[in-house]
Design a protein around this ligand. Structure first.
Ligand code: CP
Ligand code: NVA
Length: 310
């Protein structure tokens, strides 16, 4: 079985640190010695909209000497009657890795289950692990280290960003706080897995229902849309319960004075975050977006090097 990156805890703490170190190296030398070791193609498939993920994977694969094949998944035979498994078997004959943005986590697990090449999660309903690698790189750049820092996510505790921050942050030894309205708590299984990982690293994962208490003394505040792709018509009130969780100047003032603010983007200004905060001195969102490029290049190089070692 090749190594896949379907969720954040697919990398051990030591492996996550290796990928982040490589990301820093690639950021310093974008066209350095790291390559895909040949003119290899990588499939980059999307069943949901994307700006950053699509552009950063395409640019990154080209910078590594590879060839990205980007396809709107809705135009593939997958969108008609072909199964995920049959699609995966075919892709393995053409490309060195498959990057996929899709809906249910079970879909990418099915793709990986028969794939002869690494499969990378470019966002599912449950996880967004490439984003969190970039987030960790960004936090480390600003704070020097990750272990022991307190990172607070405010918003939908059951969305892909909350889940990935829990798993990825715990892997890095961080104290992860999830502040969400009641009824929007993280999935119990993800909470259990993240706490299990935190026990190994000295981190912790705590769920709050009071945003100011969660923000108190935090080194990092993170937010995301209150309504993720695919949830637009799920019948839940995705505005009223979330209003107190908006990152505004007052909430930011509860955090540590050196706190930084992250948002994976796209931002809904005036909803989950104010203009004052996203355009203010604590915001690192543009570095965070840039780091998608470096972190994903590092991940691809690392996974393909693992393949060569097998
Ligand atoms: N943050 C992120 O994944 O952005 P896109 O949806 O634009 O790819
Ligand atoms: N939680 C958001 C992230 C977008 C990058 C969504 O899934 O739509």
């Amino acid at each position: 079985m090749p190594r896949h990156f379907l969720r954040d805890d697919d990398l051990s703490p030591a492996e996550q640190a290796e990928v982040l170190d490589l990301a820093d190296e690639l950021k310093k030398q974008p066209l350095g010695r790291q390559t895909l070791a040949g003119p290899q193609s990588v499939a980059v498939l999307f069943e949901k909209n994307s700006t950053r993920t699509r552009l950063s994977f395409e640019a990154g694969i080209a910078q590594l000497g590879g060839h990205p094949i980007t396809v709107d998944g809705r135009s593939m035979q997958l969108g008609r009657e072909e199964t995920i498994e049959d699609t995966s078997r075919v892709l393995s004959r053409y490309v060195a890795a498959v990057v996929w943005r899709t809906f249910a986590q079970a879909r990418i697990e099915a793709m990986a289950s028969v794939s002869a090449v690494p499969v990378i999660n470019a966002l599912t309903d449950d996880f967004h692990p490439c984003q969190v690698l970039a987030d960790l790189q960004t936090i480390r750049e600003r704070h020097g280290a990750l272990a022991g820092l307190t990172m607070t996510f405010l918003g939908d505790g059951a969305n892909n960003m909350a889940h990935s921050l829990m798993l990825g942050g715990a892997t890095a030894g961080m104290h992860v706080r999830i502040a969400a309205p009641k009824g929007f708590d993280p999935k119990a299984s993800v909470l259990t897995d993240a706490r299990c990982r935190a026990e190994q690293t000295g981190g912790s994962v705590t769920v709050f229902h009071e945003p100011a208490a969660a923000a108190e003394g935090s080194n990092v505040l993170v937010t995301d849309t209150w309504s993720s792709m695919g949830q637009e018509n799920d019948g839940k009130d995705r505005v009223g319960p979330f209003r107190p969780y908006q990152i505004d100047g007052a909430l930011l003032s509860k955090a540590d004075p050196g706190a930084i603010v992250l948002h994976c983007l796209p931002a809904h200004r005036g909803w989950e975050i104010t203009d004052e905060v996203i355009d203010g001195p604590a915001s690192v969102v543009w570095d965070e977006a840039e780091n998608r490029l470096h972190a994903q290049k590092a991940l691809l190089c690392w996974l393909l090097a693992e393949e060569r070692r097998r």
